[in-house]
Design a protein around this ligand. Sequence first.
Ligand SMILES: Cc1cc2nc3c(=O)[nH]c(=O)nc-3n(C[C@H](O)[C@H](O)[C@H](O)COP(=O)(O)O)c2cc1C
Length: 393
Amino acid sequence: MTETLNNPTRQALLPALKLGPITVDTPVVLAPMAGITNTAFRRLCREYGGGLYVNEMVTARALVERRPESLRIIKHEPDEVPRSVQLYSVDPVTTGHAVRMLVEEDRADHIDLNFGCPVPKVTRKGGGSALPWKIRLFESIVATAVREASRANIPVTVKMRKGVDDDHLTYREAGRVARDSGVAAVALHGRTARQHYSGQADWDAIRRLRDSLPDLPVLGNGDIWCAEDAVRMVEQTGVDGVVVGRGCQGRPWLFGDLQAAFEGREDRYRPGVEMVCRTLLHHAQLLIPYFDGDERKAMQDIRKHVAWYFKGYPVGSALRTQLVTVESLQQLQDLLGQLDQSLGYPGEAAEGPRGRAGSPKKVHLPQDWLASQELNADQQEMIQAAEVDISGG
Ligand SMILES: Cc1cc2nc3c(=O)[nH]c(=O)nc-3n(C[C@H](O)[C@H](O)[C@H](O)COP(=O)(O)O)c2cc1C
């Protein structure tokens, strides 16, 4: 802040993002990622830069049933403000109960609704990215969430994909309906469910949504791998903020780069091996309290981050293998100690896409789902029973 004041030539790329009563100075959102964006990872990211840090999605039904894992997922650290929770739900009644619970128990300052998940166990039940196709059901869920949340002036946002596939695009209608239902913003991941994580995110669709909703903040999501990508997305689409997922896996300092870029600065993190090791170890340490002191669980969890942290760094395959089977914090520390800490940033090799990719996939849907945008009797019945044991984005 002082820097910006002292240097009037630096121009902020965008104004602060306003979500109801919440002001996000750096209009950057950490995308909710199941199994990744827990309190430990969010803390790491927050240490580098400003933004809105959304937790992993939680199933409305499981939350209402107070399942321990769901209560763990929605935990926030005392200094985490605003407290952001993403809900997954396929039915308005359960949505209403879950939002009421969050409001009455003062467990969130912002609620995001997940309409983007493409995984078969979700879409097969009509949830995630399959749901906006049933536009009246979508409207009912969103309106219920907004109504319940408004009792405590808590903003609700919607995160969605372009649609089920290219022949069943939903984002523009869903965007309009969400706006008319009173959401504070919509975020669009520029892929269809069928694309899964393949190909490239369609930033033109993001621009079209931005243009079609002039009176609502629109956030763009998909394929931001570095701060320059975020700047390009803002310039090409006119979005009010960006949502960043896979790009920060193994790179929480990306949020420092993003803040710099949004403040018009050019400094970027170029971490050498020492910083990567220190961050990975810190991440592992933070996971222990997240798993209530269970070091083994924390180590199991950190394993999936290893390849992301060391993408492009000269770490031999034998050591990588040991790192991804690590059993204790001490062992992790010892293994990291074997690396030459003086090695610098490897450049290009550490940049670019990371995390999920793959090819387009058949979208598993309830029977006759695409035949009509209204629910038939069977689908109605299925929706009411659907919301169990779902996680993943
Ligand atoms: C491992 C993983 C878990 C995810 N979990 C969720 C989730 O819980 N809720 C959600 O809305 N999206 C989820 N997503 C989708 C991301 O939020 C984001 O929309 C997507 O990765 C595209 O953004 P990116 O190109 O910046 O990664 C997940 C993605 C990944 C890779």
